[in-house]
Ligand binder design. Sequence first.
Ligand code: MTE
Ligand code: HPA
Ligand code: MOS
Length: 782
Amino acid sequence: MKHVGAAQPHESARGHVTGEAKYVDDLWMRAHRAVHLWPVTVPHAHARLVALDTAAASAAPGVSCVLTAADVSGVNDVGPVRRDEPLFPSTVSFHGQPVAWVVAETEEQARRAAALVETRCEPLPAILSIPEAIAAQSFCFGPEHLARGDARAALDRCPERLAGEIGVGGQEHFYLETQAALAWVDEAGLMMIHSSTQHPSETQEIVARVLGVPRHEVIVQCTRMGGGFGGKETQASSWAALAALAARKLGRPARVRLSRAQDMTFTGKRHPFLGRFQVGFDRTGQLLALVLDLYSDGGYSLDLSAPVLFRAMFHADNCYRIDDMLVTGSVCRTHNVSHTAFRGFGGPQGMFMIEDIIDRVARHLGLPPHEVRRRNFYRAGDCSHYGQPIRDADRIERIWSELGASSEFDARWQDIERYNAENGLSKRGLAITPVKFGISFTTSHYNQAGALVLIYRDGSVQVNHGGTEMGQGLHTKVWQIAADALGLPLEAVRVMPTRTDKVPNTSATAASSGSDLNGAAVLAACETLTARLAGVAARHFQVDAESIVFEAGLVYPAGQQRVAVPFAALVEKAYEQTIPLFASGYYRTPDLSFDKATGTGKPFHYFAYGAAVSEVEVDGFTGMYTLRRVDILHDVGRSLSPLVDRGQVEGGFIQGVGWLTSEELTWNEHGALTSRGASTYKLPSLGDCPPVFNVALLERADEPGVVRGSKAVGEPPLMLALSVREALRAAIAAFGCDAPGRGGPRLVELGSPATPERVYWAIEAVRRHHLEAGKLPSTPLT
Ligand code: MTE
Ligand code: HPA
Ligand code: MOS
């Protein structure tokens, strides 16, 4: 293979940096006489909308109309899973929710007129946090259970036990391109939508539902997204439906694009979680029993909260075998925006809990956390707590030891102990954490994909598939797969913009499975075509079809390159012999099953693994810290595209660092989001990247049963960032002991995100603890 595995730059790399790559909102200027939409919002977290007066706004300059529920000829609901998201609500369910949309000649006119719409509301009591929801028993899903053994009985038998509560915050997607859609009725009378969506088929479904037309009346195209990160898996459809309503009503192109503050206010984020645990273990740090109750903040509607919760529950073991385990999960209904998919899809929150718990266990026993982690790894022959065999469990140990060696973990551990003994005012921390991430949609039937490959008579090729490009490099990988499968140079192949009229009923590009599913579907289509063409070539060369080679734009019998004919010539011959030159391809992931009633099965096709070592330095006066060095070893199987995969590992890791350290969502007492832009929400920037950042992909790691031996890479590296949080805890712990050999504090409680303020207060807690313990922090405290 020539292209697969080569360090091919991203197919739009040049366009991304020059600005030539087109996004949805680059198109409206070319759409003749487009109208613009602006929302009318209500400043209550929960209220009944008793009156909506649009008269003044409708008469304002430039205004074409004000869209309300009266304009919906289909169903006034955009809920992707449950019908619980009215597009034009009569009850306001989160602070700043739009209730109507002004349509005008310019965005500015729409904005001004929106201020003239009069809304009258009766405020209702609002639930704004997980604890409030638990107190009010306000849930939209669950409780669900995953159980192995009898965890409660096992706990009673454990020599050591700890209990506690762990909270973890949400995260804003902050895709650079905010939500956007452009709609018009085309020359054939079809509703044509350009949407920044990870799920064109669902956007099509919802537009058709709102308009009240069959889906064949609606075409959705996504050329590319300026980032999705899960935020456009379900939550891109409202804007498309609004644009479609305006376009149909006015017979003109209609544009919706959210400002950053609107996007942050209207769209869901990573779910905040609360975990309550009881863990039992022995004095060597072997985990024996875990009871974990997980609560997520689902916001006002269900959206994807159920599968997000399940993925959190599936990942509460991370890489660790715990014989008796009971994980219970519930989704809280609150009056927040509806939280949604975000890279890792609950997995990060589940893993956060167990990594936090392991650090507690280790410090309680006075053992190095990395030793407790390693002691608990799954081994060959083990099953997860939901009964899936961990077929390649030895890979965890392999990655751990290879990374331990390449990062010089042991020597640096010693160096850091010395540094910390010599420095009272700043301390360093080092931590290594593993990742095991299940690959497949946990909704099993989503694990299918289709493709349509067209060969033209000049030998050039168009590849259509159901996946969307959001910067992750899916189109690059598909391009490489298709070119190799047809034996063509990359220039001969074009990956087309994703459209619902090329491949129907597609799944979201999500669950990191974009290349596994769509890559395999494209490969299947290409193989159908080469089989047909090989027949033509075999007749031409008077040889067996099996011996025909397609390579570098030539076709020849194996070993007889000198008689080769150009691909285009063979294609022309095939055309003359009335052989069809286009084919569809289809792939479904084999052997998936999960029984919700028993909580057991094989929800994942395989696991992706990795580990990271992070080193931080923390200032004891301020809690400020720097990330000094990161070493990552990540398993992508046999890489389809090493540059793309490296970008995913680096980007995923840094996005995880943002979630765990700096990105803090804040709401005021009325439930209004107050972190509504980059000035109040601290994203990681180039300066936050570690000066030493060693990223390696695991070698000799071919994955059987996945396209070209590869593994999914999109989400798993995000969870490698847990090493940064654990390194911070190690550094904080060091403030609680004043000499080497003395034990540290027996608990480091650190809120999340670990902002300098939180780190500072955690340092204060261990310092106080240290003083109160008579400077003998290793003495067991009861
Ligand atoms: N990388 C970039 N640059 N932009 C994105 O929006 N989304 C992530 C990941 N990597 C994302 C990204 C998420 S949430 C997923 S599920 C996968 O990409 C989806 O793409 P894939 O399945 O093709 O890996
Ligand atoms: N990941 C992402 N999206 C999903 C999943 C999943 O596991 N299940 C359903 N939608
Ligand atoms: Mo990714 S959260 O599965 O879109």
